[in-house]
Ligand binder design. Structure first.
Ligand SMILES: NC(=O)c1ccc[n+]([C@@H]2O[C@H](COP(=O)([O-])OP(=O)(O)OC[C@H]3O[C@@H](n4cnc5c(N)ncnc54)[C@H](OP(=O)(O)O)[C@@H]3O)[C@@H](O)[C@H]2O)c1
Length: 317
């Protein structure tokens, strides 16, 4: 993957779903309400000052694109801006060339930029049949110069493998975290094929960073739909078992989850759902900290595979 100003893209990226505010999809909550007293624009500025140079957003992340747009105008050449399309506000999905072309124009307008660094289409598990047509539409978009690179955000290993057989894809975005390591072989394949990897939901949407600590979600927080108290405790319990299996005693769960990903060398960038300036500071400190050694890493992977079956049914959303 080409770099920003000759520098490598930083391993810590910022995912902006969590700073788009509350919004609805098909009359149901689709985002997270803003944190009182926290200005998302200042959080983005703080991230850039700390060296974060990858920002992932979407036409569907509420106000996230506009908020990002308020900051990046002053430093366009120093940041790598990725957006996405595929999902519509009525909850339906659309992979036609027309929708992809219309969506990027809207995103460019929201962001106040003339081009994106990366444009991606998000697939759910049922969208596999659209991969080839979508890639073709994205490729044409790249030729127009509206985006420098094109990629897919996928939901299954099969989709990933199908994507790697396409000649035109620069990046793949997928979920990887301490609770779900099913994509590790895919990660290696991407490295072999020089496809840049972008990791989403590194804290399992906040479960690994403490959401499960008895906290209940607000009525507008879309995570409450699938992270029921029951699902939260199952996932937390699995995480505890994984850490015990790997004999990780010196770190808490959030530290373990972050270090786990920082220790996996094949990853391109990790989209943390940064929502506060403290989140930025914490991640930078953690990035500078010691990584897990190969033995610890291998035990964490084995532990994760062993306990995944306990929670697999909680990932249906
Ligand atoms: N393409 C797709 O379909 C798709 C799907 C999901 C995600 N994504 C991308 O991946 C990004 C991240 O996903 P996610 O929001 O599910 O992320 P996540 O990083 O797994 O979880 C984010 C949550 O972790 C908590 N947290 C605590 N400490 C943190 C820290 N130091 N840094 C960051 N978060 C911290 C925050 O919750 P509290 O503040 O409540 O503690 C935050 O809401 C999204 O913004 C998006 O760009 C893409």
């Amino acid at each position: 993957m080409k770099t920003v100003n000759g520098e490598k893209l930083f391993k810590i990226g910022m995912g902006t779903w969590g700073i788009g505010g509350a919004y609805n999809i098909r009359n149901k909550p689709g985002g997270i309400p803003d944190i009182p007293g926290i200005n998302p624009v200042n959080v983005i500025k703080k991230a850039i000052d700390a060296g974060v140079n990858v920002f992932d957003t979407s036409l569907m992340y509420g106000l996230a694109e506009e908020r990002l747009g308020k900051v990046i105008g002053n430093c366009r050449d120093e940041v790598f801006v990725a957006s996405k399309c595929g999902l519509l506000k009525d909850g339906s999905r659309n992979f036609t060339k027309k929708n992809i072309n219309d969506s990027i124009v809207k995103s460019l307008k929201h962001l106040g930029v003339e081009y994106l660094d990366l444009y991606q289409v998000t697939f759910t598990e049922n969208d596999c049949k659209h991969i080839e047509g979508t890639a073709e539409a994205l490729y044409e978009l790249k030729e127009t110069g509206l985006t420098r690179y094109i990629g897919l955000s996928i939901s299954s290993v099969d989709q990933g493998i199908a994507s790697l057989n396409l000649p035109v894809i620069d990046t793949l975005q997928f979920t990887l975290n301490l609770l779900d390591v099913s994509v590790l072989d895919l990660l290696k394949l991407c490295a072999e094929k020089s496809v840049f990897t972008i990791i989403k939901s590194p804290f399992n949407k906040g479960v690994l960073s403490g959401l499960a600590g008895g906290k209940s979600f607000g009525s507008n927080d879309s995570r409450r739909d699938y992270l029921t108290q029951h699902n939260l405790s199952l996932r937390l319990n699995a995480a505890k078992n994984i850490m015990e299996y790997a004999k990780i005693k010196e770190a808490d769960l959030k530290t373990c989850a972050a270090k786990f990903l920082f220790s996996l060398l094949d990853i391109g960038t990790i989209l943390f759902g940064i929502r506060t300036e403290n989140h930025v500071d914490w991640l930078i400190n953690m990035y500078r900290d010691k990584r897990f050694n190969d033995d610890q890493l291998s035990l964490l992977v084995k532990g994760s595979k062993k306990y995944y079956s306990d929670i697999a049914n909680t990932f249906s959303n």
